[in-house]
Design a protein around this ligand. Structure first.
Ligand code: HEC
Length: 141
């Protein structure tokens, strides 16, 4: 029990951001107590893309770009110093890729959707590696 908490703490320190994979209760409480505005937005973006993934697979995609995602430019981060020039350019690339999904002709939908998810991953490779295995599950194979 105590060892586990120590391990989780080390994980937080090692990644400089929360590694929020579906895991035991203790961890959930720890994460919830510290959820930043940005982490909340990220979780919403995750859930949203998970839902459109299914719509795309089912051939029932009919949504418009969630304007809320633009808050990636302003949401407060757990570590505010993460918001540097690099972060801003990854944010721009991501928003462009995500928007393209909603403007996509149906034959390019899967490819454009995967590009948007890969834009999530590109930023995460530099800024927050913890959630990458989870984000990869969003890709359409
Ligand atoms: C511009 C960089 C960037 C982009 C693009 C990005 N992320 Fe993130 N993501 C981060 C950072 C930084 C954090 C840590 C946020 C914090 O703790 O305040 C994070 C956190 C997360 C988390 C963990 C949230 C939590 O509860 O701690 C998930 C899940 C996540 N992102 C998924 C995604 C998904 C899915 C996308 C694309 C739809 C995405 N991210 C796009 C940088 C990015």
């Amino acid at each position: 029990m105590r060892l586990k908490n120590l391990f989780l703490l080390l994980l937080l320190v090692a990644f400089g951001c929360k590694n929020s994979q579906e895991e035991p209760k203790e961890k959930k409480e720890l994460v919830m107590a510290k959820t930043s505005e940005m982490a909340q937005l990220m979780n919403e973006m995750y859930a949203y893309n998970e839902s459109i993934k299914q719509q795309i697979i089912d051939g029932k995609f009919d949504n418009s770009f969630p304007e809320k995602f633009k808050n990636i430019h302003s949401a407060v981060l757990t570590s505010p110093s993460d918001r540097d020039a690099n972060f801003e350019s990854f944010s721009k690339l991501f928003l462009e890729a995500q928007k393209a999904v909603f403007e996509s002709p149906s034959e390019d939908l899967t490819a454009n959707y995967n590009k948007a998810i890969n834009a999530c991953i590109s930023c995460h490779e530099v800024k927050c590696v913890g959630p990458i295995p989870r984000i990869k599950k969003l890709l359409i194979k």
